[in-house]
Design a protein around this ligand. Structure first.
Ligand code: ATP
Ligand code: MG
Length: 207
C-alpha cells in the first residue's frame, strides 16, 4: 500500500462478461493513479437495459471473481448486486464514501463510450463531484472532442489516460459464443471455462 490516503479505483458496468479490455483498463488506471486497489462492481439492475437482456448477477459476479483472482490488487464488490432497485453509480460512490471515509480517494474508471454518455446518467454532476473520474480509450469512441459533446464544463472534470485501446467488447464475446467461435484470449481462461461449463450466451438474447 502506498503512503497517504487510500486510493480505490472503481470499474463498474454490466460486465457480461468481464474481459481483458476491462482488466487492462483497470491495470493501467491502477498504475497511472497509484491505486491501492481496483474494485470491479458488476451492476445489479442496469438502469438502461431490460432485465432479460442481462445474464443473472451471480454469474457475472463469479466471472469477475475468476478473472481477478490472480491479482491481489483487484477485488470484486457485491454492493450493486445486493442493493435493490436500479444500480446508480452515485449510490455506489456514496456507499463507498460512507465505508471508507472522506480522506479516501475514489477513482471512477470509464471507457470512452461510457464517458460520452455521462450527460444521460443519473445525477452526473454528483458523480463528478464524489469521485475523480478517469476515461480510457475505446475503439470507435473519441475522447479528444469531449468538451464539445458534454454539457457545461463536465469535460474539464474528466482526466484522460493514455493507453492503447483494446477492441474487445462483451457484446462481441456473447456473439462469438453464440456463433460457436473461440473467445480464448479475449477474457481470462477461467472465465472462458466458466462460460462453457454454464452454457452462457449460447441462446440468443437481443444482442
Ligand atoms: P457490452 O458490449 O455488453 O456493452 P462492454 O464490453 O461495453 O459490454 P461494459 O460492462 O458495458 O462492457 O463496460 C463497463 C465499463 O468498462 C465501461 O466504462 C466501458 O466503457 C468500459 N470498457 C468496456 N470494454 C472496454 C475496453 N475494451 N477498453 C476500455 N474500456 C472498456
Ligand atoms: Mg458497454
Amino acid at each position: 500500500m502506498s503512503p497517504g490516503p487510500l486510493r480505490i479505483g472503481i470499474l463498474g458496468g454490466t460486465l457480461d462478461p468481464v474481459h481483458h479490455g476491462h482488466l487492462f483498463a483497470a491495470a493501467e488506471a491502477q498504475a497511472a493513479c497509484r491505486l491501492d486497489r481496483v474494485l470491479f462492481i458488476p451492476c445489479g439492475h442496469a438502469p438502461h437495459k431490460a432485465e432479460d437482456e442481462v445474464t443473472p448477477a451471480e454469474h457475472r459476479y463469479l466471472m469477475c471473481v475468476l478473472a481477478t483472482a490472480s491479482n491481489s490488487g483487484f477485488r470484486v464488490s457485491r454492493l450493486e448486486i445486493d442493493r435493490p432497485g436500479p444500480s446508480y453509480t452515485i449510490d455506489t460512490l456514496r456507499e463507498l464514501r460512507a465505508i471508507h471515509g472522506q480522506t479516501t480517494e475514489l477513482v471512477f474508471i470509464m471507457g470512452a463510450d461510457a464517458v460520452r454518455e455521462i450527460d444521460s446518467w443519473h445525477m452526473p454532476d454528483a458523480v463528478l463531484a464524489e469521485a475523480r473520474c478517469v476515461a480510457v480509450p475505446r475503439p470507435g469512441s473519441e475522447l479528444a472532442d469531449l468538451p464539445s459533446v458534454l454539457d457545461r464544463g463536465r469535460a474539464d472534470r474528466i482526466e484522460i489516460l493514455d493507453l492503447p485501446a483494446l477492441d474487445i467488447s462483451a457484446t462481441e464475446i456473447r456473439r462469438r459464443v453464440r456463433a460457436g467461435r473461440p473467445i480464448r484470449y479475449l477474457t481470462p481462461d477461467p472465465v472462458v471455462d466458466y462460460i462453457a461449463r454454464e452454457g452462457l450466451y449460447v441462446q440468443a438474447r437481443e444482442n
